[in-house]
Ligand binder design. Structure first.
Ligand SMILES: Nc1nc2c(ncn2[C@@H]2O[C@H](COP(=O)(O)OP(=O)(O)OP(=O)(O)O)[C@@H](O)[C@H]2O)c(=O)[nH]1
Ligand SMILES: [Mg+2]
Length: 262
């Protein structure tokens, strides 16, 4: 499997995280509720020995039953909650305060995870301000940034990923949840695997080409001469899937595979 998207700011962020880690007591690892296994595709071992908490974010666009099962599974070994941008600040604040040790009346927390899982959005929610930049494409946060919210001091960090040896299944799921930008995926195997996984959830009958053809026509994504603009349609299709606009689905369901930081 070839390498996937790995811009320079990610390797820089990993070096910075290793530095800053000494200054924090706890790590809040944000996973996408739709793919809690695939969204651990980074060197999670660098956080070993710290107080680790998990958030399954974007639960509003995941399958509810599957998220409940993940909470049960992960909850056996780590503090975990499901969350989404429509939920109350109290829920996440209480979770953080309950599960962190206070030092000098301060909770210092690093927020980490793969790109686009909603790290900066969670920070803004907790601080009640738009202090951290957020955006629909992966790779919005470029450097580490402290944000204060009363006694909770939050350190936002850029999304990180493994640099290489991406397994096709993991890459496909990262694409489905928007952690890899569709425009950068030139390996068609990843795209077709992602469509296959999506198809399994939705009950779509068509092949990828047939589906793109139909989707492009419906949206009017046509080139001169009336043929469907494949690139534009494919990119829009994956963007909409990642934003949950084509339905709420979960892509990781193998609960027995959760064996992190044992
Ligand atoms: N449906 C849904 N979308 C969300 C939620 N949280 C964040 N988003 C959207 O997801 C996108 C990414 O959010 P960010 O907060 O920028 O994510 P990030 O993890 O900081 O991303 P990077 O800095 O690029 O790694 C934005 O378009 C948000 O509006 C959520 O709970 N539900
Ligand atoms: Mg961010």
């Amino acid at each position: 499997m070839s390498n996937v998207w790995y811009p320079g700011h990610i390797s820089k962020a990993k070096r910075q995280i290793k530095e800053y880690i000494k200054a924090v007591d706890s790590i809040l690892i944000v996973l996408d509720a739709r793919a809690p296994l695939a969204t651990t595709a980074f060197e999670i071992d660098i956080f070993k020995g710290k107080n680790i908490l998990f958030v399954l974010n974007k639960s509003d666009i995941a399958d509810k039953e599957t998220t409940a099962q993940w909470i049960q599974t992960i909850g056996r070994t780590f503090p975990v909650i499901s969350f989404n941008k429509n939920e109350s600040i109290r829920k996440i604040k209480n979770f953080l305060l309950k599960n962190t040790k206070e030092k000098l009346n301060e909770v210092r927390l690093l927020i980490a995870g793969v790109p686009n899982v909603g790290k900066s959005s969670i920070i803004n929610k907790i601080s009640g301000r738009k202090s951290a930049k957020t955006g629909a494409a992966p790779g919005v946060t470029r450097g580490l940034q402290w944000i204060n919210s009363g006694k909770i001091k939050l350190l936002d960090s850029p999304g990180i990923l493994y640099a290489k040896v991406f397994n096709k299944d993991i890459a496909a799921k990262l694409l489905l949840v928007g952690s890899l930008p569709i425009e950068t995926i030139d390996n068609f195997e990843i795209i077709s695997r992602a469509f296959e996984i999506f198809k399994n959830e939705t009950g779509i009958q068509e092949s990828f080409d047939e589906y793109v053809e139909k989707f492009g026509k419906t949206r009017g994504f046509l080139l001169k001469g009336g043929t469907v603009d494949f690139e534009r349609t494919k990119n829009t299709l994956f963007k909409l899937i990642s934003e949950g606009k084509l339905g709420n689905f979960s892509y990781d369901k193998d609960f027995s595979k959760w064996e992190i930081l044992k």
